[in-house]
Write a protein that binds this ligand. Sequence first.
Ligand code: SAM
Length: 270
Amino acid sequence: MTLQEIKKDFKESCENLFNQTEINQFWKWFEENLVKIADENNRSNQYKVWIDDLLNGKPIQYIFGYAFFHRYQYFTDSQTLIPRPETEELCELILNSNKGTHQIKGIDIGTGSGCIPLTLLNERKEWKFDAWDISAGALEVAKKNAEKYDLTQRIHFSQVNFLTNDFQENDYDIIVSNPPYISKSELVNMDKRVVSFEPHLALFVNHDVMEFYNALYDFFESNTNKNAQLWMETHQDYCEDVIAIFSRKFEAKKIEDFSQNPRFVCVTKV
Ligand SMILES: C[S@@+](CC[C@H](N)C(=O)[O-])C[C@H]1O[C@@H](n2cnc3c(N)ncnc32)[C@H](O)[C@@H]1O
C-alpha cells in the first residue's frame, strides 16, 4: 500500500469509532511513524499491526511508545501511566513558584514514566531529584527517559513501597506526588481504554482514597527542610479532604486545573 492508500484505509477504519479531531490527531502519529519505514511491504505490515491496536482501543501513546508532556517527549509503555495534561499543569505551577537559580533537592513519589521530575530537571539546571516507585517496570522506563535527556547525574531512582517503608530521615526542599487516588468502586464508570490498558497499580488505591495523602503528611513532616513545599495532584472530589489533613499543621492551598476542577494542593511549612 502507498501512503495515500494507507491514509484512505485509516480514515475509513476510524470513522465510526472516533470523532474528526481524534482521527486527524491519530493520523499525525501514524504518518510520522510510517514515513520512517522506507520499504512499502514492511510499512503496510506495520500499519496493519498499529491500526488493529488502535481499533482494539489501545491508547496511541502505548502503540507508539511515547507521549508528549510539557516541552518533552517521554517513553511510555503499559507499565507507566500515560502522563496527563493536568500533570503538565502541576509542573508549571512548581516551576512558576520556584524561579531563579537556587539549588533544590526534591523527591517525586510514584514517579511512573518520570515525567514530573525529569521535566523539572530539564527546566531547572541546579535541581536534583530522587524518584521512587513501587513498580520495577515503571522505573525502567523512567531511567530510559532520564538517559534520553542526559539527566542521570541529577536523578536517583529507587524501588520503594511508600506505604510500608520505614524511611531514613531526609532534608528535601520539594516533595511532589501524583499518587494513585481512584477507588475501585469507580471502575465501572471509567473509560474502558483506561481500565483495560493503563496499570491499575498507578490508578487505584487498595482501601482508602486518603492512604497516600496520610503517608505524605508523615513524610513531609519529618523529611523536609524549613520552608519546604509539597505539591500534590488529587481527585477532584477529595481535594478538600486532602486540604483538611494538611491544614492541621501546615499551610495548605487548593489550586484548580484548567477545567476549573479542584485538582492540586500546595502545602508549605511555615
Ligand atoms: C498516578 S501514577 C503517577 C505517575 C507519574 N508520576 C505521572 O504523573 O504520570 C502513580 C504511580 O505511583 C506508583 N505507586 C503505586 N503504589 C505505590 C506505592 N505503594 N509506593 C510507591 N509507588 C507506588 C505507581 O506505580 C504509579 O507509577
